[in-house]
Ligand binder design. Structure first.
Ligand SMILES: [Zn+2]
Length: 400
């Protein structure tokens, strides 16, 4: 039985054959007698396809590509069809065959190189794809697309210096700002340098990351981390403060660091005071603080414990399982024990559900990913501020 692919290909070639026939019949041909009413070579190829002899069909069309310019577009269409069907080896052979033509016009060569680069990308042959895109980025009508693909390859290969170079060229050529994307490339370098304890280099990269607009707070997180590692707690706290002032959602990342910083200063009172002042400015942050504390098992700090208790009392799903009345009116000991139990259970639940979700495509993950692996956008993830009971229930139904 012919496959869907065969039908698609057959449809394409019937169309092309018909177009060829119409052109031969009504087109501006001086020598109408010489023009065949239907291209016999296409019909041969079509016959192979209908008989599911895809390899013979491929060989036949590959031989045809050398015939004349009129067939070249058909071969591009055939190549792209093979690629989209996942038959990348066949697509590669078609495009390599086009490139091998000695009399190929420059524009057609670029088109074939671009198609071949996309085949390589599809096949996961990033090095080969990169070489072709680099060539096309130097001056062709595929310059912008080649640079976009190069950025994506360098992101996958974590070649951040090259990604910066391609991103800057793309920004100039494409006429749109890539400041945030480029800033994240610098942050990647900064984080790698900081992980190697090369703080001087890390600070320089952060500086470059912060030069563009819109600004990312990721560089400030790295600087705060460096300050903490260098026992400069004052700077670390000032930086965390600035990070939260700018993007309140980053409390999910900063809170555990802030707590550790104050603890190393043995200043629980200072921490309590700083958090209280933060929450006075942004009362909406309370549930995120509670949720972050639950996930990271942060306790024993008055203001955080208050947030957690309020969070538990406000959670409608919990009221079905826990006697919240007992929790709020019991004696001090019972109260503490009950609270601790609920908190422990919530912590377990929270660790089984995603904490971050991409606002663009909905992709979710346990830890913050600066670039969404699904839609490839930068800084589109936001933390959940509540335990996702729906997900937990769904999880337990599908994995009993
Ligand atoms: Zn996404």
């Amino acid at each position: 039985m012919p496959t869907e692919s065969t039908f698609l290909l057959a449809g394409l070639f019937l169309l092309l054959a018909a177009a060829g026939w119409a052109l031969g019949r009504f087109g501006e041909r001086d020598d109408e007698e010489a023009a065949p009413p239907l291209n016999i070579d296409y019909l041969k190829g079509l016959n192979f396809l209908l008989n599911e002899q895809t390899d013979q069909a491929l060989e036949h069309f590959l031989a045809m590509v050398r015939v004349d310019d009129k067939t070249i577009e058909t071969h591009f269409a055939l190549g792209s069809l093979f690629r989209r069907r996942g038959e990348v080896d066949r697509a590669i052979r078609i495009h390599q065959n086009i490139i091998a033509r000695p009399d190929l016009a420059a524009e057609q060569r670029d088109q074939a190189l671009f198609s071949l680069a996309k085949d390589y990308l599809h096949a996961g042959l990033l090095d080969r794809a990169e070489k072709l895109f680099v060539r096309l980025a130097q001056g062709s009508r595929y310059q912008v697309q080649a640079l976009e693909n190069l950025c994506s390859i360098y992101e996958q290969e974590k070649e951040w210096e090259k990604a910066i170079d391609a991103g800057q060229k793309l920004q100039t050529l494409g006429g749109r700002s890539l400041a945030l994307q480029i800033a994240h490339y610098y942050c990647e370098l900064a984080e790698a340098a900081a992980a190697d304890n090369n703080y001087t280099a890390a600070r320089q990269y952060v500086k470059k990351a912060q030069a563009g607009r819109p600004r990312t707070m990721r560089g400030a997180l790295t600087r705060a981390h460096i300050a903490r590692e260098s026992n400069d707690n004052k700077t670390a706290i000032r930086l965390y403060q600035r990070i939260i002032d700018e993007h309140t959602y980053l409390i999910a990342e900063a809170l555990p660091e802030i707590v550790t910083t104050y603890e190393s200063e043995k200043s629980t009172l200072g921490l309590d005071r700083a958090l209280k002042s933060m929450l006075r400015k942004n009362p909406d942050m309370k549930s995120l603080v509670a949720y972050t504390a639950i996930v990271n098992n942060i306790g024993g700090i008055d203001i955080i414990d208050q947030c957690v208790e309020q969070y538990i009392l406000d959670e409608p799903t919990l009221s079905e399982f826990v006697d919240l009345h007992q929790l709020s009116h019991a004696d001090e000991n019972t109260h503490a024990v009950a609270l601790e139990k609920v908190r422990g259970a919530l912590s377990k639940l929270a660790s089984a559900t995603p904490r971050y979700q991409c606002q663009e495509c909905g992709f979710s993950s346990q830890r913050l990913l600066w670039q969404c692996p699904s839609c490839r956008n930068w800084e589109t993830q936001r933390p959940a501020s509540r335990v996702q009971f729906d997900t937990v229930l769904q999880h337990s139904i599908t994995n009993p």
